[in-house]
Design a protein around this ligand. Structure first.
Ligand code: ZN
Length: 1002
């Protein structure tokens, strides 16, 4: 982490001015300097008395200025970046352990280190920062301190000014827009949309950090300078791949079919992961043919459109078409670095941008450098391309949230502060190029994160604890305790009982959902031809001598430790092609039915049901409850009886569930579990029999984590971020009208004036954030309670250990000795930059040497180039040189030739890819189109070659080596499926009643 911090110190020095002097700072300093009564707080002092004694209910406004720093790190010299103002900082050196700070910081809590904090008497400390309007909760003397447990070694001071007021001042003002009364007109088209996609970002955390001064760029651009779509929900499951499927197609998962990170195939009984190197391409493939096949289909479409014929419909109007294909049809493309869904393996030269940040031969650490790599790549190769859509994915927020203390209420805040700097570097570049005026900027996330705020998360291993664990049965064949004693396959892991060749497949990467695949009707049938019939799940046979079990009941009543530890919230079962069953432990069951009306709109009904039992047709029969008092989604208390009595369209459900604990659940659960006929053939092979969702405070996984999770249909995980700013966008506005991530693609195209009329999206273009001539409502005050999310206290981390009987494995993705890591390291050798290697050898890693000097010179030269030569920089970038470039036909050299051709094309004018929408093609257009086509063909051929190599080595060979090694190290690892107690069930029950109560068998 130290290396990483040093990299950022350099960046901080570049952008530090912007951070250190945010908008409000100048005003504060004037007030305080004019006042001689300022309280002086030395940074080395512990709690310091102020002259102010407050009674309960008194209101004061506090403001402060000054600079402090923590102890100088042993290897660093004094720099401006080490100092922070009263707002404090999240960019602390790793040596600062925030566990015993007055307000826990770092990986222990959400507070900024070195911030100004206060307390009244001996009361709870609270955050002041640069300014705060407070109403005293207790009586006593107002005291101040720097948020640091050991202040003795600090330097600097704060000057604090306290004003007694009648009511505490708000944190600011903002315009609040509710649902528009009428349909809004399309906006005037922007030239480009630039999307910063921060994975897993919680919008409430963005707002808190921005308004307390820790995300200066995001605050300036998006909070103060843009509109926030506060009620944006993602799709179910709230996971990266599913959300990306919907973000970039504008369709629900029932149309794109990307419903999990692991893809189990019933036909082959094998699984593939979308988290592997090939994952993003496989995801794109399942949407549409890619590579040479994709090229053929695009060529087919182009020929049809050239001769004026209509393109033959591939299957039905339900097919989900990705954004890049829609842009391709308009003769252009999107520009992206690495994304969870990509039509190409990795963009050309992307690995060189990663290697600029990654220590040599440390591919295992790549996940900690993705934000830098994608930003560097965007700065070098994307933003100057002037494509209509540019996407920059910053995935570290999500990966750090998953693994480090308290997620976005702890360690991840440092990652966010760094992401803000990266966003600033891209926006500054556009600004210098004079391109900001034509650009709409968006800040989005694919999902939220659950946990870390009030409670730590606990893990529950469904595969092991419910399915694999040895079952204890009585002599008279009754299940007594333990698991089901079944062998379990998971992705890259097998838990097998001795002499058992049967298995169930459980897809449970650490996540808020878990998917279960079963052989049809009987565990021992190993009939994987189609999914189990729903009725079989109520009477599932696992052994000859045991009665069939109610598997659903068994799963939802699973207990972790005691009767109050219920990790499973709901079981979801697709009951018929148009109905979905939701079954919970204590809140009963419900059924969601779906129907299409004459305009092909979906209508949904939610009914509370009971008396579940097998129906003759293989489905589960139910009886509607007439006057329900509880239901799985808490809708009986949330919506009126009249509303629940009828079916409604998607928009009505979205509005009604806006403030629910399960936002948009009726539509999002149904449109994830019930698929449309056009993906039927794929869904049948990949859809699970049962989907489990984790209860509040839980996730499904093998190991404990100090971090947070998503995947659940719960509010924290379902709410995602969407801010918009730029040309013609309302400033300082919060929009409460609910919307979905399926609206993203239609909205992007709408902003560009490129919304195709014949494309059927599930989403709709959002237009409320565009400025209109109608005056906006009067700004409302933003209160402290609206913004600050936390009670600042520390929370205990869960220490539930992993099960002891788990199979051993050599697969360790983030370890330097993992097979894939070794392969990636070897594969990176040709992409090494000789100049950086020279720098590192000469000056040691992280030192500024020849490379950084060269990069700066290149950047300066580039900003001076006129617009139509925008592609040229890629040609002459010496800092992108690699060892492999000694070969004239290396990827790097071919890429340079491509960029040179692009430049010449742009300079000659008439190039269709550069044309704005609706402009007339020039005489050279056919020639340009032909050149573009040849370039694409070359790229596709080289991609297909790479793809075959990666598939053979990184995927198949590495997978095979690991599974053989796993088999060998697990030979002595034998856990019996069943233990028979030499007593009958009644005796055991009697005996156990006198001791502790055992969970009864369902
Ligand atoms: Zn994600």
């Amino acid at each position: 982490m130290t290396g990483r911090f040093l990299t950022f110190l350099a960046l901080f020095a570049l952008f530090g001015l912007g951070c250190a002097h945010p908008a409000g700072h100048a005003e504060v300093s004037q007030t305080v300097h004019a006042d001689r009564d300022a309280v002086f707080l030395d940074a080395t002092a512990k709690w310091t008395d102020s002259p102010f004694i407050l009674a309960k209910g008194d209101a004061v406004d506090i403001s402060a200025i000054g600079w402090v720093r923590d102890r100088l790190p042993s290897n660093a010299s004094e720099t401006a970046a080490l100092w922070s103002d009263p707002a404090g900082t999240y960019l602390v050196p790793t040596a600062h352990d925030g566990s015993s700070d007055p307000l826990p910081s770092g990986s222990h809590g959400p507070a900024p280190a070195m911030a100004l904090v206060a307390r009244i008497g001996d009361g709870q400390p609270f955050l002041v920062g640069r300014r705060a309007g407070i109403r005293a909760a207790t009586s006593g003397r107002l005291q101040f301190r720097v948020n640091d447990s050991i202040p003795d070694d600090n330097a600097g001071h704060f000057s604090i000014h306290v004003d007694r007021v009648t009511a505490p001042s708000p944190m600011g003002h903002e315009t609040v827009l509710t649902a528009p009364a009428r349909t809004l007109a399309p906006p005037s088209p922007a030239k480009r949309v630039l999307i910063f996609y921060i994975d897993g970002l919680r919008a409430d955390v963005v707002r808190e950090m921005a308004l307390t001064g820790h995300l200066p760029t995001i605050h300036r651009l998006f909070v103060e300078g843009g509109s926030w779509l506060q009620n944006t929900t993602t799709v179910f499951p709230s996971s990266t791949l599913t959300a990306n499927g919907s973000m970039w197609t504008g369709c629900f998962p029932d149309r794109h079919g990307l419903t999990s990170m692991i893809r189990f195939d019933r036909r082959t009984q094998t699984s593939q992961s979308h988290l592997s190197t090939l994952g993003p391409v496989r995801a794109a493939e399942s949407l549409r043919p890619v590579g040479i096949l994709g090229l053929a289909s695009t060529a087919n479409e182009s020929i049809h459109s050239a001769v004026g014929a209509s393109v033959p419909e591939s299957a039905s109007e339900d097919v989900a078409t990705p954004l890049y294909t829609l842009l391709n049809r308009q003769g252009t493309d999107w520009a992206t670095g690495v994304l969870p869904i990509m039509p190409h393996l990795t963009p050309p030269l992307w690995s060189r941008s990663l290697l600029r940040h990654l220590p040599f031969l440390r591919a295992d650490k790549a996940w900690q450098h993705f934000d830098d790599a994608n930003t560097t790549y965007a700065l070098r190769h994307l933003v100057d391309l002037q494509r209509p859509v540019t996407v920059i994915w910053l995935p570290e927020t999500d990966s750090v949230s998953h693994t480090c203390g308290r997620g976005q209420f702890g360690a991840t805040r440092q990652t966010l502060a760094q992401a803000d700097i990266l966003i600033g570097s891209v926006v500054d570049h556009l600004d210098r190029r004079g391109q900001l005026d034509d650009t709409v900027l968006m800040l989005v996330s694919d999902h939220g994160h659950h946990g870390g705020r009030h409670q730590p998360l606990k893990h529950f291993d469904v595969a092991h604890e419910v399915f694999f664990r040895t079952r204890t049965v009585s002599q008279d064949h009754h299940w007594l305790s333990g698991g089901l004693g079944l062998s379990v396959h998971q992705h890259q892991s097998i838990s097998r009982h001795p002499h058992d060749k049967h298995f169930v497949f459980v897809d449970s990467i650490p996540d808020g959902t878990c998917r279960i695949y079963l052989p049809r009707s009987d565990y021992r049938s190993q009939d994987w031809t189609s999914s189990a019939r729903p009725a079989d799940l109520l009477n599932y046979r696992i052994s000859d001598h045991l009665p069939p079990i109610n598997l659903i009941q068994r799963l939802i009543t699973a207990q972790a430790e005691g009767p109050d530890d219920n990790p499973v919230d709901m079981a979801l079962v697709r009951n018929t092609p148009d109905s979905l069953l939701l079954i919970s432990r204590t809140r009963g069951a419900a059924v969601i039915t779906r129907r299409r009306d004459s305009q092909r709109r979906h209508l949904f009904r939610y009914q509370v049901v009971n008396n579940l039992g097998p129906a003759p047709d293989g489905s589960i029969a139910w009886k509607a409850v007439t006057r329900p008092t509880v239901d799985p989604l808490h809708l009986v208390t949330h919506a009126s009886t009249e509303f629940l009595a009828r079916e409604h369209d998607e928009q009505s459900w979205l509005t009604v569930m806006k403030d629910s604990q399960y936002p948009d659940a009726v539509v999002s659960l149904a449109r994830s579990m019930l698929w449309v006929p056009s993906i039927d053939s794929t869904a049948r092979h990949h859809a699970p029999d049962i989907v489990l969702t984790a209860s509040r405070g839980w996730y499904f996984g093998k190991k404990p984590t100090a971090g947070t999770m998503h995947g659940h249909p719960l509010r924290d995980a379902m709410l995602s971020t969407w801010f918009v700013s730029g040309r013609g966008i309302r400033k300082n506005t919060r929009i409460t009208t609910p919307c979905r991530l399926t609206d993203l693609t239609p909205t992007i195209l709408d902003c560009l004036g490129r919304l195709p009329v014949d494309q059927r999206f599930d989403g709709r273009p959002i237009r409320q954030f565009h400025e209109t001539t109608t005056p906006a409502p009067k700004p409302s005050p933003i209160t402290r309670a609206d913004v600050l999310l936390t009670d600042w206290s520390a929370i205990e981390t869960s220490h539930r250990p992993s099960a002891e009987e788990l199979p051993r494995t050599v697969n360790a993705p983030h370890s330097p000795s993992d097979v894939n890591t070794v392969i990636h390291n070897v594969a990176s050798l040709p992409s090494w930059n000789p100049m950086r290697l020279f720098d590192d050898l000469l000056h040691g890693p992280h030192a500024a040497g020849v490379t950084s000097g060269l990069e700066q010179a290149e950047d300066t030269a580039r900003t001076r180039l006129p617009g139509r030569w925008h592609s040229t920089p890629g040609v002459f970038r010496l800092s992108d040189l690699a060892f492999s470039d000694y070969n004239p036909t290396s990827d790097g050299n071919l890429f340079r030739i491509d960029r040179l051709v692009d430049s010449l094309q742009s300079a000659s004018g008439d190039r269709p890819a550069d044309q704005a929408v609706g402009s007339r093609p020039g005489p050279l257009a056919p020639l340009h189109r032909m050149i573009d086509g040849l370039q694409t063909l070359r790229l596709e051929i080289s991609n297909s070659g790479q793809r075959i190599l990666v598939e053979a080595v990184d995927d198949s060979l590495a997978g095979w080596l690991e599974s053989v090694a796993d088999l060998v190290i697990n030979t002595d690892h034998r856990v019996p499926a069943e233990i028979v107690v030499p007593l009958d069930a009644e005796v055991v029950r009697q005996a156990s009643r006198t001791r502790s109560p055992e969970p009864a068998a369902p």
